[in-house]
Write a protein that binds this ligand. Structure first.
Ligand code: MRU
Length: 351
């Protein structure tokens, strides 16, 4: 199941390249790209070859490790200058997913401490090991989220999810879909309703692909069907992922998540967010401070080879929205299930 034993993987370190499943091509084609330079990896993050907050963090860490092994610097000073440049480039790729900055800071802290008394080869090998550790730990963290999430999934539960917070959005197993997988592994007869997730269709293309691959029952609906499904009693709970969670529990996630949360609230359906502790951002007090990425017009205005919007007509494309903490029934982390007041429970989980 999307870990080392699975028939597919999201991204993987090899001696020669970072291998990534090209998510732009799913579900039609499974193509792995071999990325060798920092620039290749930065563009892959920007273009959504790899996406989802934890997977972006892993990709960024591997980008730094590639910078270290490809740098021709022979002095510590020159190597650190190359690493700083790589960090600056990777930090510009996507603004909302805080795991990107978490991973870059973790790598930077390590090269700073290793530089004292170290040599270039020690710094290189330490950064490669750290990137692999961040990746491998992420799978275990997702399994932990899954175990904690079991508490909120009833036998036979019908779970609605938005976007893709699965193995494809992490090093493997997933956050929201980690909860789904854990419930399926525990023998609960669950079913998933996947919002298609306009405009980039992460739900229809990716969530459906990986759940079908793991033989978890999944049905795709268009985003505007969620209210009807809730009103007709076809949803027991909602579980989504997060790109960043502010100190007060406000959640940034894929555009449309806020609407799902409002609908769930109106229908008295529990709305859970599943995320690792590395997605918590205590520097940002509320959701108002979370930067929202604006992506291209074309991702909204063009579908396949069809133009949906008349030329010259304005299009907006905020890629994320903020769900206020008051609409969140609980935040499922690998360290436990946090309930309001989130200021207290999230900081306890992060300790
Ligand atoms: O634009 P994307 O596809 O990177 O957005 C991904 C999401 O919004 C996910 O729900 C989030 O990153 C959580 S992934 C475990």
């Amino acid at each position: 199941m999307s870990d080392s034993t699975a028939s597919w993987y999201t991204l993987r370190w090899t001696d020669d390249a970072v291998m990534m499943l090209d998510q732009r091509q799913l579900p039609e084609q499974e193509i792995y790209l071999a990325l060798t330079s920092v620039e290749d990896i930065a563009v892959a993050i920007e273009d959504l070859v790899v996406r989802g907050a934890p997977a972006i963090g892993c990709a960024a860490a591997m980008g730094i490790a590639r910078a270290a092994v490809t740098s021709d610097a022979s002095t510590v000073g020159a190597l650190l200058a190359d690493l700083d440049r790589a960090k600056e480039r990777l930090a510009k790729t996507r603004p909302t997913a805080v795991n990107l900055f978490w991973a870059l800071e973790r790598m930077a802290a390590l090269w700073t401490s290793t530089a004292q008394g170290g040599n270039v080869e020690v710094i290189r090998s330490t950064l490669v090991r750290e990137a692999q550790t961040i990746h491998d730990d992420d799978i275990e963290i997702c399994r932990g989220i899954g175990r904690v999430g079991l508490d909120v999934v009833p036998e036979g539960g019908r779970i609605l999810t938005h976007c893709n917070a699965g193995g494809l959005a992490t090093a493997g197993y997933g956050t929201a879909l980690g909860v789904v997988r854990a419930a399926a592994e525990a023998g609960r007869n669950i079913r998933v309703l996947a919002d298609e997730t306009r405009p980039y269709l992460q739900g229809a293309r990716l969530t459906a692909w990986e759940l079908a691959r793991d033989k978890v029952p999944v049905t795709v609906i268009t985003d505007n069907m969620a209210g009807h499904m809730m009103a007709t009693g076809e949803v027991d709970l909602v579980v989504v992922g997060a790109d960043r969670i502010a100190a007060n529990g406000d959640v940034a996630n894929k555009i449309g998540t806020y609407g799902v949360a409002v609908l769930a609230h109106a229908h008295n359906i529990p709305f859970y967010v599943a995320a690792p502790v590395s997605t918590l951002d205590f520097q940002t007090p509320t959701g108002d401070g979370i930067p929202i990425e604006e992506r291209s017009r074309d991702e909204v205005a063009i579908l396949g080879n069809r133009t949906l919007v008349p030329p010259g007509v304005a299009v907006r494309h905020p890629a994320f929205d903020i769900t206020p903490a008051r609409l969140v029934s609980g935040i499922i982390t690998e360290r436990g299930l946090c309930r309001a007041p989130y200021e207290t429970t999230l900081s306890l989980a992060a300790r």
